[in-house]
Design a protein around this ligand. Structure first.
Ligand code: URA
Length: 240
């Protein structure tokens, strides 16, 4: 693919701006400045830099963000900045969107993508990727509450009970809860349904993918990284 087209496809500006970056000798491929917008490169596994910032070519972006508290997943946030403000400009230009939503005060694992098909697949009720939540409760957690969450509780908008795929107490006031669906405020409402109250919520994992990956640096709050091809399998997707 032509270098100017590569930059354009990755969100580095208009076609004219991308050509301008190249003419201005701000783009390097394999550590060497390339000043010809028509220079042709195979895109598979391509790494390049723009203004010294390293970048990797992906036809479609899929990234993992460690969401901090105080950010909204909405594209039009009302009271707090959007999670998109934590991402570099090229990803925003490409139109990445959060895969599902975390509440403003929820922290942790959030995927974002510009791939409409993938977004649809990952948010579809048929795609039962387990999501793991670390929950801090106001009142002490007891065995009865854990059992009720596993057996199923009825929420106010649906007579069908929702149950945790897994649930264990991790401390006097804390639970690890695994859900395979994603209803609005589901964890908080499930907590209330067992006469407790969720005080803090952190999503630690989705599928087999966690924020603490042994082979990749742990992601600090506010940081993002690309999802690697083999990790897509852990999300129930095809590799690549
Ligand atoms: N359940 C909630 O209540 N809030 C979240 O942010 C995620 C799941």
């Amino acid at each position: 693919m032509r270098l100017a087209q590569i930059l354009f496809s990755q969100g580095f500006g208009t076609r004219r701006e991308c050509a301008g970056l190249i003419y201005s000798e701000l783009v390097q491929v394999d550590g060497r400045v390339v000043d010809d917008p028509d220079a042709d490169f195979p895109t598979d596994g391509l790494s390049f830099s723009v203004r010294g910032e390293p970048w990797r070519y992906f036809e479609k972006a899929l990234v993992l963000l460690h969401k901090p508290a105080g950010y909204e997943c909405s594209m039009k946030p009302k009271h707090h900045p959007s999670v998109l403000s934590l991402l570099p400009t090229p990803l925003r230009t490409r139109g990445v969107q959060p895969v599902g939503r975390l509440d403003e005060d929820t922290t942790g694992f959030l995927l974002l993508t510009d791939d409409g098909t993938l977004l649809h697949k990952l948010t579809s009720p048929k795609h039962h990727v387990p999501k793991v939540y670390e929950v801090t409760m106001k009142h002490p957690v007891d065995a009865t509450q854990v059992q009720r969450l596993l057996d199923g509780v009825v929420l106010d908008d649906d007579p069908a009970p929702v149950r945790a795929a897994a649930c264990e107490a991790t401390g006097e006031h804390s639970l690890r809860l695994t859900l395979t669906e994603g209803k609005y405020h589901q964890v908080k409402r499930m907590g209330a349904a067992v006469s407790n109250r969720v005080e803090a919520l952190h999503r630690s994992a989705m599928g087999g993918l966690t924020l603490d990956n042994l082979t990749l640096d742990n992601l600090a709050p506010g940081k993002w990284r690309w999802v690697e091809a083999d990790e897509r399998v852990a999300l129930g997707l095809k590799a690549g």
